[in-house]
Design a protein around this ligand. Structure first.
Ligand code: DAH
Length: 341
């Protein structure tokens, strides 16, 4: 076969191969195969050397024309292949803008924190400032300085987590009263939100770990009427409606008189329902006028100053507010529960 015939044949082979390829990658390998240093076009060039000098210019031009022609076929094919690849990709990656968006899960604060934060905000608005007491404290701050007798049953190992003979995990936030009296001169208007610990059997109603807010106000001429007004105002704000309060006598060593504060049931308005166990009232906190012994131990003269104090359990309130059946749900970290708040 003559050189010029072989040039024609190569064009045919090349065009056939070109028409069969589908991807830009295939095209690259085809180019490499034909135009490479060891490829057939280069081989034709080498053969030129053995041609006669009158044939050589014409054949040389034929080979160069072939090279150019095939090259421009490659360029066109590349554009075509790329366009079809793009079309295929667009079809594959089609998006449907009418589909609803994917729901994003946003974190939120724990229901106990939510209630705690809200109560703290309200009390700050009423003029109280926040003090965070130590969770681990001494027997004196948790009991002795609050007028608990040395043999008071609350001191029992069964109720209190002792760290050693002197130190313990506070059983209530009332310990902050004793610290505050030591550190600040009256007037003292403080709230103490935080964690408390009790060595109790964990059940649906009680836990070893819970939260309280303690509040107290010490000044000249603080009277029972101030406590009364503060309770009405605070509970109305927290529960979002004007509430009726009721005070029942009770006993806490650090207050005299000591009281339980009830609010008229927010669910049945006093008629009696499941929430208030048919009593018409919800028990919301303990309170009282600070015992003179407590003031004295805090270096505050009970003949000059008086004060009131109250303390409330936050989990208990959240349970009332949302009718939660079991206090343990707060610490089980079940998102199905937590994401409802
Ligand atoms: N510390 C008490 C408790 O944990 C709650 C309490 C009752 C606090 C009466 C007070 C109060 O300040 O006056 O049960």
């Amino acid at each position: 076969m003559s050189l010029s015939e072989r040039i024609g044949q190569m064009r045919e082979h090349f065009l056939r191969e070109l028409s069969e390829l589908a991807t830009a990658k295939d095209l690259e390998s085809l180019k490499l195969k034909y135009f490479g240093k060891k490829g057939p076009i280069q081989a034709l060039m080498l053969e030129l050397k053995s041609c006669s000098s009158d044939e050589r210019p014409l054949l040389g031009k034929m080979i160069n024309d072939l090279k150019e022609e095939l090259f421009s076929h490659c360029e066109h094919s590349l554009a075509r292949v790329k366009a079809s690849e793009m079309e295929e990709r667009l079809n594959r990656e089609q998006i449907d803008p009418t589909l609803p968006g994917r729901r994003r899960f946003y974190g939120r604060s724990h229901p106990v924190s939510q209630l705690l934060d809200r109560a703290v905000d309200i009390l700050i608005g009423m003029g109280f400032s926040v003090r965070l007491g130590p969770n681990a404290d001494t027997d004196y701050y948790n009991f002795g300085g609050l007028n608990f007798a040395p043999d008071h049953p609350a001191r029992d190992m069964q109720d209190t987590f002792y760290l050693n003979t002197e130190w313990l995990l506070r059983t209530h936030t009332s310990n902050v009263q004793v610290h505050a009296m030591e550190e600040i001169e009256p007037p003292i208007r403080v709230i103490a939100p935080g964690r408390c610990f009790r060595n109790e059997t964990v059940s649906a109603r009680s836990h070893v770990f819970f939260h309280q807010i303690e509040g107290f106000y010490i000044d000249r001429n603080v009277s029972f009427a101030d406590l009364f007004a503060t309770m009405e105002e605070f509970w109305s704000k927290l529960l979002g409606e004007k509430v009726t309060t009721r005070f029942r006598p009770s006993y806490f060593p650090f207050v005299e008189p000591g009281l339980e504060v009830d609010v008229r049931c927010t669910s049945c308005k006093g008629k009696g329902c499941r929430l208030c166990k048919q009593s018409g009232w919800l028990e919301v906190c303990g309170a009282g006028m600070i015992h003179p012994n407590v003031l004295k131990m805090g270096n505050i003269d009970p003949d000059v100053y008086s004060g009131y104090a109250w303390g409330m359990g936050i989990e208990r309130l959240a349970i009332l507010q949302h009718e939660i059946p079991d206090i343990r749900m707060f610490t089980q970290n079940d998102l199905r529960f937590l994401s409802q708040f």
